[in-house]
Design a protein around this ligand. Structure first.
Ligand code: DPP
Ligand code: ZN
Length: 880
């Protein structure tokens, strides 16, 4: 495969003003007729260069320019392009091709999911549908006619508004849709199937009524209300917070079972992985409900940040994704607990994105090069990209940020633009120079920020020294200093916040403020500080950096209790846990008896005993850092020692705090029994506390705990409690209770694909010995198939990403298993194959024996035959 470089970007030679598509859908093939109204791009030079259309796996049936049929000598065709020589600056191309959605297992382009036809065109799937200029800076007005057998495909959908429909004699029917907004081909969508929908409406801020519809296969019609509620909340929020109004008369979502991503923001016709839109209390957990709310919002928000203003080229992907993730995160924070949302996002970022930024696929938020763009739908583009937007918001303030976003949407409506254009709008609206800040877009790697303090008891000054650095990443040996916004405060000995006045300032400026660290080394001196304070740094995780400050454990306990910033209270607890767990890892590695610092128990005891604390915060504070996070923090990750240390700490917590955990568990469960389920913040908080308490209690191994576990499993009225109880049993030594629960669950839910995904995941993630054998056996379960991405993620993905002790078995069998699956999937679905590879790319984190085994499997994949560009890029870069 070829590498594509940002520096080679050139405007398109030709433009497509109108795109008229006709699809004739049949069971064994589909015909696509495309009429493209084209002209020379006046911005791209003079003369008439050859026209090079993208097209892959298309059987060309006919081709004409301005109604004149072309013969074989009039064009050239290879496996990805069709080239012809225009003779006029304005012309119309007509093409007919045959494609095979019925055998498309890559789930890119037009394909079948179960009995329905659907599309996924981002990033470069449209070229598998028809010959086209498949690039985001070619924007066109689309009219789409779909024809199919009426009995099997009564519903025919595409982007925009329905303008005509009719019946043919042979049992077929057709519908025509017109999208009045110009859009790139990646936002095209088509759906045909036997679908039911629920319908609602939304009155926009200017008083227009928009019809809202969510389509599903009939058996899922009862799982749509939460998605619909989420959609209406999103529409309202985007009006209130960003002033963005919806622009078509109809907005549709379709749920499909086989989908590579979470969802896709096609104009007016979002297509969703059913896991991201279906939700019902009996089948979906609280986490799933929250995910639905977030993804519905995310895709809806793309209507402005992505569709009305789109990307010039795929290097700018974070322009729409980072911005839209930031928007959906703020939406979720407004709908639920802001602090808890931030905690979850930061824990995810630090575990997963930081690992990516430290690995062979590390790339800037705006990459310079790629082989396969599908590989760049990454945590860096999405999550780090969102952090970059959050930092801009922090540096400019909410008001100037909003003015910047208004200017951006206004200035670029209908255009395909760059990250630089976005920054320019922010600068123009705020007057803030973001020149140096832009390094966040061009430099990869996670910056380190080392902080030191100095107190002068005579002068009453307190100084903080910040030293920033960033480790080398592929292609980037040396980094320039970043602009790092550090939100901070100072606490006195009673835990009160001090007024913050920097040397040279006339008056103090509040008790929490943002220091902009812009140099490799920089000092800030606060004056009027009567006693040595304790700093609270990087409040709300104000920058995606690894900050270190030499806190003692006692100081961390103090911050846990007193910091006014909820995020930093949690963070102090995490740092305390990390210190304590790292000490246990050391003991384990030295073969010493493990001994847990009692301060951790004391800290958790006071958290548990404090009934005034938000239950969600208690649950978060009780959650020890994940094994993956501890691995990420290690120089060389010792998976067995990490697991042993963490399990030891959990057992100690259970032993020392059993009575408190029991009391809180019982109180929560009692409330669950007496209140009908709602996916609201208070109930979600209660259930998370209840479930984490149960997971600790189970470590006692006593009969009374097995009983409550079974009671919760049997009698819960919702999946959050039922699944948690089953997971506790699965991870316990109670073999017969475990077997009974798994069998009952599978029997009851066998026809619900999304519930069975959870059943697979719980087992795949269990760290008990024999994990690989269990997963291999589950691969033969009738509900499992490699052809469904959700199943692959639920079983193989969960095993390789969440089950460290089993996946990293010393004999390499876990690695071999994963490589076998990647090789099989490479032929079926390259995007999923490449995604699945991620754990093997992290080989540098492990001891030399494991490194050799992991590399060996990467090499075996490389030698396994013809590789997709997706898999080839990741494997070859990982082996460098
Ligand atoms: N569907 C993906 C997302 O919304 C890609 N645009 O992020
Ligand atoms: Zn997105």
């Amino acid at each position: 495969p070829k590498t594509v470089y940002l520096k080679d970007y050139r405007a398109p030679d030709y433009l497509i003003d109108e795109t008229h598509l006709t699809f004739e859908l049949f069971e064994d093939h589909t015909l696509v007729h495309a009429q493209l109204v084209m002209r020379r791009n006046p911005q791209a030079g003079s003369g008439l260069p050859p026209l090079v259309l993208d097209g892959q796996q298309l059987e060309l049936l006919s081709l004409a320019v301005d109604d004149v049929p072309l013969g074989e000598g009039d064009y050239q065709q290879d496996d990805s392009h069709l080239t012809l020589q225009p003779t006029r600056s304005e012309f119309v191309i007509d093409s007919s091709v045959r494609i095979h959605p019925e055998s498309n297992t890559a789930l890119e382009g037009l394909y079948k999911s179960g009995g329905m036809f659907c599309t996924q065109c981002e990033a470069e799937g449209f070229r598998k549908i028809t010959f086209y200029l498949d690039r985001p800076d070619v924007m066109s007005k689309f009219t789409t006619t779909v024809s199919a057998a009426q009995r099997d495909y009564p519903v025919l959908l595409s982007n925009g508004n329905p303008i005509a429909s009719g019946h043919e004699e042979d049992g077929r029917h057709w519908a025509t849709w017109q999208d009045p907004f110009r859009k790139p081909a990646y936002l095209f969508a088509l759906v045909a199937g036997d679908l039911w929908c629920i319908e609602d409406s939304f009155r926009t801020m200017s008083g227009r009524d928009v019809a809202l519809r969510i389509y599903v296969e009939p058996e899922n019609i009862g799982k749509l209300q939460h998605g619909m509620d989420s959609l209406k909340k999103s529409m309202k929020w985007d009006e209130e917070v960003y002033g963005r109004e919806y622009d078509l008369d109809i907005f549709m979502i379709v749920a499909v079972n086989d989908f590579n991503m979470g969802a896709m923001e096609n104009k007016g016709l979002n297509i969703f992985n059913s896991s991201c839109v279906l939700a019902h209390p009996e089948t979906a957990t609280d986490a799933a409900h929250q995910r639905v709310e977030a993804v519905v919002a995310h895709e809806y928000f793309h209507n402005w940040s992505g569709n009305r203003v789109t990307c010039r080229d795929w290097f700018q992907l974070s322009l729409k994704e980072g911005f839209t993730v930031f928007r959906d995160a703020e939406f979720s924070a407004d709908m639920n607990s802001r602090t808890v949302k931030r905690i979850e996002d930061v824990a995810f970022l630090r575990t997963q994105q930081f690992a990516e930024d430290a690995g062979p696929m590390a790339h800037p938020v705006r990459p310079d090069a790629y082989m396969e763009i599908s590989n760049f739908y990454t945590l860096t583009i999405y999550e780090k990209g969102a952090e970059v937007l959050r930092m801009i918001h922090t540096l400019l303030g909410a008001e100037a940020f909003r003015q910047g976003s208004d200017l951006y949407f206004d200035r670029h409506d209908g255009q395909a633009v760059t990250c630089d254009d976005f920054i320019q709008a922010m600068e123009d609206a705020s007057g803030v120079d973001l020149g140096q800040f832009k390094r966040w877009y061009t430099q990869s790697g996670t910056p380190r920020l080392v902080v030191e303090e100095a107190y002068d008891p005579v002068a009453h000054t307190y100084s903080l020294t910040f030293r920033q650095s960033c480790p080398p990443t592929p292609g980037q040996e040396h980094k320039q200093p970043f602009v790092i916004p550090v939100a901070m405060g100072l606490l006195d000995a009673h835990g009160h916040e001090l007024p913050l006045r920097l040397a040279g300032e006339a008056v103090a400026d509040g008790t929490s403020r943002v220091l902009a660290v812009t140099e490799a080394e920089q000092h800030f001196t606060f004056v009027d500080v009567a006693h040595k304070p304790l700093p609270s740094l990087l409040r709300g995780f104000s920058a995606p950096v690894k900050l270190s400050f030499p806190y003692s454990r006692d100081q961390l306990m103090f911050l846990m209790q007193h910091d006014s910033d909820g995020f930093n209270r949690w963070e102090a607890g995490q740092q305390l846990s990390v210190q304590v767990l790292q000490e246990l890892v050391d003991q384990q590695q030295r073969d010493e008896a493990l001994s847990l610092d009692p301060r951790l128990i004391a800290a958790l005891r006071s958290v548990l005993a404090d009934e005034s604390l938000d239950a969600a915060m208690v649950a978060e504070m009780l959650s020890l850092p994940a094994e993956a996070y501890l691995a990420e923090l290690s120089e060389v990750a010792d998976v067995d020692a990490i697991h042993a240390a963490r399990e030891f700490a959990r057992a100690q917590i259970c032993a020392e705090l059993f009575d408190l955990l029991w009391a809180r568990y019982q109180a929560c469960r009692e409330q669950s029994r007496s209140t009908p389920y709602a996916a609201d913040a208070a109930q979600i908080a209660r259930r998370s506390l209840q479930n984490i308490a149960l997971s600790y209690l189970a470590l006692a191994g006593s009969d009374e705990v097995v009983d409550v576990c079974e009671e919760q499993f049997e009698h819960a009225d919702n999946m959050t409690e039922r699944l948690a109880a089953m997971a506790v049993l699965v991870n316990s030594p109670f073999e017969s209770e475990k077997a009974t629960a798994l069998a009952k669950f599978a029997d009851y839910f066998k026809d619900d694909a999304l519930v069975m995904d959870q059943w697979f995941s719980v087992q795949a993630g269990s760290p008990l010995p024999g994990g690989l054998e269990r997963v291999e056996a589950l691969m033969h379960h009738p509900a499992f198939t490699l052809k469904n991405p959700n199943k692959v993620r639920a079983l193989i993905g969960a095993f390789a990403n969440q089950n460290h002790v089993n996946f990293h078995r010393l004999d390499g069998a876990g690695y071999r298993f994963l490589a076998d699956q990647v090789i099989a999937l490479n032929a079926l679905n390259p995007q999923i194959a490449s995604r699945l590879l991620t754990p093997l790319t992290r080989w540098r984190k492990f001891d030399s024996a494991r490194q050799a085994l992991m590399r060996g499997e990467l090499e075996r994949i490389l030698a396994s035959g013809e590789l997709s560009s997706d898999v080839f890029e990741v494997v070859s870069k990982s082996l460098v």
